[in-house]
Design a binder for this molecule. Structure first.
Ligand SMILES: Cc1ncc(C[n+]2csc(CCOP(=O)(O)OP(=O)(O)O)c2C)c(N)n1
Length: 660
């Protein structure tokens, strides 16, 4: 039995949320009504946060993975004193409001992570907990400065999604003891009861993953003391993550409680009955004095928590100024003044760009301790292992090589969490074609605009024998169409170095390095202007007849074709274009200098889908690429079969010139 005070406060959360949904005539009342008591218990008795400084580094992180329940989060943020007013709640889901349909990072103070696609928030929370574990292991000394929990509220939908299964398996393996999931186990999703779709024993599944599981039964799912005990139990188990399955009732209090009808529609005609059932007699958007004061006092306690931490931090900093300088630099997303970049030349530069990437990463790793990540069981192939930097392992978290296992989706989603935690620069690697298995998370990284680096190797059909299932065709087009993501497909070792220099810059979003499996020739010592997206690599003597534009491994091909053309008396400029996005961001003068509009004979060469190239080659040009899947054969045979040879490219270019 809750005290009358608790009951009133929980109802204050519930009704702010459902009033917002009602006002918008859009949104999801079911989750806030059912999960309010759990959220109340967590936020008022456990969560360490400071509404006056939502970015306090050692705050507990709270992720609402079931992002459709955003009104619940906004109610909590408002009540506890974040900069979110009742007017903001009244503007729920409206144009330009700070209370969008799903929680958006960068948008609302106190929202840690953008959530909406189910399962992602859960996996982000795993990343947040990984970051906490690593930073704690690296930086805590006599004083602890990184020591917080990560909480995630997840629904049936989240736990049905594959990404949460991958992430839970990873978290269980890694024994992330400060990760606590509150499972809103209401047995209903959008379209009906989960008896139709989701009947496994979730607790047993999580136990098999290596989680502690705790149940709060249907009679106790609104009971603050019971939920409190469950959270305490979860916190006391530090050797493994915990799942608290709370058997809630969706739409609690509504005449249609327990049914999918309360999931995603305003209460409407049921509003009065819901208010009556829960004895809530206040007009919309009204918070009685006692709950209002109580929640503000809970929030205000955060300032004290942070002050305590500040004092600890001061002592910690005084004990090791150099370590503190490193921590603060990385926390602020700044780079060291100098990094020991490697040099590439004709001696050491004739390598696959994946190898060049490995050389670059290993050269800078010691000087860039925030670089933290790994591959989805492919680092012998992706060359992304950081030698001598140790393993990030269960119970031993100071190593910087993360073994994500064959879990691309969880890798990418946890990278978002790691990046959002602050203090680290995550990287993750796999074959380029398996971007498909990362894409939902790459997109959210782009929406969140987080600095993270994807290293995708085996970047074209020229990977060879593994065949069409492994050979990317449409991946570059997909990346280029995704806002905020920077595509980088370097042509040789030097461009790979420059691509890395760009990717680590502060204020970038996700960068994707697209690297070759096969050896590529070093294209000469030069200013490889990767940051401008494209640059002139070969300039013929005299007038230019034609412009060849290529990316990655096709740049050396274009150069060879240009030489053949020269022997036939045709003068070709060769443009290396490692990044569309960066090139498009240049001013018109630069773009026209590189691709002169008056030269109509333009040909792009890229072993991938040709969609989009017309914007560079124009109406008269040719986009030479691959608009079909590849085949299993050695790389050179594939090049021959699909006409990616200097002779064929020269012939096609000559034909173009004849017809312009
Ligand atoms: C990846 C993804 N697929 C589908 C949806 C649409 N969707 C939003 S909520 C929901 C049902 C979620 O069920 P549950 O987690 O049980 O939430 P509850 O009904 O308890 O609010 C669905 C299918 C989504 N947001 N993300």
């Amino acid at each position: 039995m809750n005290s009358a005070a608790d009951e009133l406060r929980i109802n204050a959360i519930r009704f702010l949320a459902v009033d917002a949904v009602q006002q918008a005539n859009s949104g999801h009342p079911g989750l806030p009504l059912g999960a309010a008591a759990a959220a109340y218990t967590l936020w008022t008795r456990h969560l360490r946060f400071n509404p006056r400084d939502p970015t306090w580094f050692d705050r507990d992180r709270f992720v609402l993975s079931a992002g459709h329940g955003s009104a619940l989060l906004y109610a909590l943020l408002h009540l506890t004193g974040y900069d979110l007013t009742l007017d903001d709640l009244r503007a729920f889901r409206q144009l330009g409001s700070r209370t969008p349909g799903h929680p958006e990072y960068h948008h609302t103070p106190g929202v840690e992570v953008t959530t909406g696609p189910l399962g992602q928030g859960f996996a982000n929370a795993v990343g947040l907990a990984m970051a906490e574990a690593h930073l704690g292991a690296v930086y805590n000394r006599d004083e602890t400065i990184v020591d917080h929990h990560t909480y995630v509220l997840a629904g049936d939908g989240d736990l049905m999604e594959g990404v949460s299964a991958e992430a839970a398996s990873l978290a269980g393996h890694l024994a992330l003891g400060k990760l606590i999931a509150l499972y809103d186990d209401n047995k209903v999703s959008l379209a009906g009861a989960t008896s139709v779709t989701f009947t496994e024993d979730v607790r047993e599944r999580f136990e098999a993953y290596g989680w502690q599981t705790i149940e709060v039964g249907p009679e106790e799912s609104n009971d603050v003391e019971t939920i409190d005990r469950a959270i305490q139990l979860a916190k006391s188990e530090i050797r493994m993550p915990s799942l608290i399955a709370i058997r809630t009732t969706i739409g609690y209090g509504s005449p249609e409680a327990g049914t999918f009808k309360t999931h995603g529609e305003p209460l409407g005609k049921n509003m009065a009955a819901t208010r009556a059932a829960l004895h809530w007699e206040y007009p919309p958007f009204t918070v009685p004095d006692e709950p209002a004061a109580f929640f503000l006092a809970v929030g205000a306690k955060g300032a004290g928590l942070q002050t305590e931490w500040d004092a600890r931090y001061g002592r910690w900093k005084a004990a090791d100024a150099a370590l503190a300088a490193q921590f603060e630099r990385a926390r602020d997303g700044k780079l060291p003044a100098d990094l020991p970049w490697p040099a590439f030349n004709a001696e050491n530069g004739n390598v696959a760009t994946r190898d060049a990437g490995g050389v670059v990463m290993n050269a800078i790793a010691a000087a860039l301790p925030e670089l933290f990540g790994g591959s989805a069981d492919l680092d012998p192939s992706t060359k992304t292992y950081l030698k001598g930097q140790g393993e990030f392992e269960p119970g031993s978290y100071d190593g910087r090589n993360v073994h994500f296992g064959v879990r691309e989706h969880a890798m990418a989603a946890s990278m978002n969490g790691i990046a959002l935690h602050g203090g680290l620069l995550p990287f993750g690697a796999t074959f380029f074609n398996f971007l498909d298995y990362c894409k939902p998370a790459v997109r959210l990284g782009a929406i969140n605009k987080v600095r993270e680096i994807f290293v995708f190797t085996h970047d074209s059909v020229f990977l060879g024998e593994d065949g069409p299932t492994h050979q990317p065709i449409e991946q570059l087009a997909m990346l280029r169409a995704t806002p905020n993501v920077i595509d980088l497909r370097p042509a040789d070792a030097l461009e790979t170095l420059e691509a890395w220099k760009f990717a680590i810059q502060p204020e970038t979003g996700p960068s994707v390095l697209v690297l070759s499996r096969q050896k590529l020739p070093f294209l000469g010592e030069r200013k490889a202007d990767v940051v401008r997206g494209a640059y002139v690599l070969r300039e013929p003597e005299g007038s230019i007849d034609l412009v060849l534009i290529a990316t990655g491994s096709e740049v050396s091909l274009a150069l060879d074709a240009a030489k053949l053309l020269a022997a036939r008396g045709t003068q070709a400029r060769v443009v290396s274009m490692p990044s569309w996005k960066l090139f498009d961001a240049q001013d018109a003068a630069y773009r026209e200098q590189v691709i002169p509009p008056e030269i109509k004979a333009r040909m792009s060469i890229e072993a991938g889908a040709t969609i989009g190239w017309s914007k560079y080659v124009g109406d008269h040009g040719i986009a030479y690429g691959l608009d079909h899947f590849g085949t299993s054969a050695p790389g050179p045979a594939i090049a021959q079969e699909y006409g990616f040879t200097p002779e064929h490219i020269a012939d096609v270019a000559a034909g173009l010139l004849a017809n312009v």
